[in-house]
Ligand binder design. Sequence first.
Ligand SMILES: *Cc1c(COP(=O)(O)O)cnc(C)c1O
Length: 361
Amino acid sequence: MATRNVNFNPGPAALPLEVLQTVQDELLDYHGTGMSILESSHRGKEFEAINDQTIALIREVLGLTDDYHVLFLGGGASTQFALVPMNFAGEDQVAAYADTGEFASKAMKEAKSACRVHVAFSSKEDKYRAIPPMDSFDIPADATYLHVCTNNTIEGTQFHDFPRTGNVPLIADMSSDIASRQIDYQRFALFYAGAQKNLGPSGVTLVVIRDDFLNTARQDLPAILRYRTHADNKSLYNTPPVFGIYIMKLVLEWIQRNGGLAGVERTNSAKKDLLYGAIDAAPDFYRGAADKASRSWMNVTMRLPSEDLEAKFIADAKNEGLLGLKGHRSVGGIRFSIYNAVSLEDIQKTVDFMERFQKSA
Ligand SMILES: *Cc1c(COP(=O)(O)O)cnc(C)c1O
């Protein structure tokens, strides 16, 4: 058995061990075909079955009706930052953005090359420490959509509710908290997520679009950049990220075996309670970086009394097999990325380490 460390990497991130083992078992000979799925045609029946099953699993796990298109695209979440405004806003139209973190801000900046941008809310001045009250969004009635980032991966804040937007379609970047809790996914006209945090490996991005909203998309773009093209072809207009979709299917089956989103949410809730509990139990030593009411269940950020202690914390943790704890280069500090595949036992080990570290410091 290989030695497995506790993996707190922010993305690409931990994958369930069972999923990796299945990939290993099936790698050389996929279901008796005598070849790897890596070597199989994306138009062959083996991959077609994987594609169809993954679409069905996304609908089932997230609770989506048939009027939602499920797409698997390349280019990462960052490509969606550009495709969303290109497809859904004209040059003289206004798109509204909530600026709650670095990725949200990147999405907003990218939109500026396609349309007019209205800042519905910004916490930039407050170093993105908090998510705003839901009634504080300023959404123009003629906005083509409001874009939010549901979990701010770098800062460690998360939307625990969503703004009521009336007739304005709600769009979300869910890269770092998709499928981690029970929410009403059907509140969104479109949402997307790079797979490499909660759904699989990097290289595939999930995009989900409600049909009536897709019907409002611009058709005067190059075919490859139109969501319509990919929706009409079940993401097989060109070669899709075949291996990533296959692993996503295995991850979704793992979620189902663990009680679906209800089960995953229960575990994630216990994980964040344990970890934030350890931070709050030593307020003179560990200091949570995010506003308490806005704390993320997925990315837990904290500071120590000095940068030297933070460096020692990271080094000592590494010696105990706790990896990937360095905060994002733009904010520093410590960040525990505790996506679905990080277990409650992993967090217990971490909390024990934190207690010992504090005593020895
Ligand atoms: C990681 C991340 C991204 C960037 O995704 P890429 O796949 O690297 O383009 C965008 N948004 C959020 C919220 C993220 O966590």
